[in-house]
Structure formats: structure tokens, C-alpha cells
Write a new protein. Structure first.
Length: 137
């Protein structure tokens, strides 16, 4: 009986530690923001919080043509200042693209910054970005 009890306690302790490691740090449920880009431009997709970090958990869009797409964060109108690239310029064609699955971080953006998408040529984008805000680590 003691061996069975010890085995059960060990199994419970193991499963609790495994669950704790897989938890996502979040400030609440994910929020969807539309991506609607119809020309070569830099577009603010999500306005950041001055006190909370932003976790981008999924980005999905359909490109209407060939060009480049870059993800970045920054301040001001359409991330015009203090810009930091989150990705390199990714060549896209008329197709569907998805980054992440809504369950973990694709990009982590510091408090006080906005999330923007840069498109070139005819790389239009229609879709969404999923995110949540949290207090950080």
C-alpha cells in the first residue's frame, strides 16, 4: 500500500511540474486585430500598452501579390520612430501565410511599442494578428 501511495504521489508531482512548464504567461485571453493593407506601406496593426508587454501569438494573412513583408515594432504614427525589426524582409507571393498558432509567443514586444507590418510592391495583406498583453517576467 505504501508503494502504491508513493507511486501516486510521485506521478502527481511529475504531472504538476510538467504542466507548470507548459503554461503560457498571459494577461488574459488572446485578442484579434485585423490586418488590412492595400498598398506598399508601413501599417500599425496593434497599438501597444505603455505598461504591459505584448505577446504576438499568431499572424495569418493572404497576400494579394508579390513583394516583401517585414514585421517590426516602434513608436509614433505607423512605427515611424524607434523602429526595431522583428523579422527580415520575407518574399511573398499571392498566397496564404501563417506564423504561430495562438498558443505561444511568435514575437514579444516591450511595453510602450506598437506592432507594425511593412509591405513593398504589391504585397498586400488581409488577415489578422492575435495577441495578448501581460505584465512581463
Amino acid at each position: 500500500m505504501k508503494k502504491l501511495l508513493l507511486a501516486l504521489l510521485g506521478a502527481c508531482a511529475f504531472s504538476a511540474s510538467a504542466d507548470a512548464q507548459s503554461l503560457i504567461v498571459s494577461g488574459g485571453p488572446n485578442i484579434n486585430a485585423p490586418i488590412t493593407i492595400s498598398s506598399a506601406t508601413t501599417t500599425k496593426v496593434i497599438a501597444g500598452s505603455s505598461v504591459r508587454q505584448m505577446s504576438i501569438t499568431e499572424i495569418a494573412f493572404v497576400s494579394g501579390g508579390a513583394g516583401n513583408v517585414t514585421f517590426e515594432y516602434g513608436n509614433g504614427t505607423n512605427c515611424a520612430s524607434n523602429t526595431v525589426a522583428l523579422s527580415g524582409a520575407m518574399a511573398v507571393a499571392a498566397a496564404e501565410y501563417q506564423f504561430g498558432d495562438g498558443l505561444g509567443n511568435v514575437f514579444l514586444i516591450p511595453a510602450g511599442f506598437d506592432f507594425c507590418v511593412v509591405t513593398t510592391a504589391s504585397a498586400t495583406a488581409q488577415g489578422f494578428a492575435e495577441y495578448n498583453n501581460f505584465n512581463g517576467f
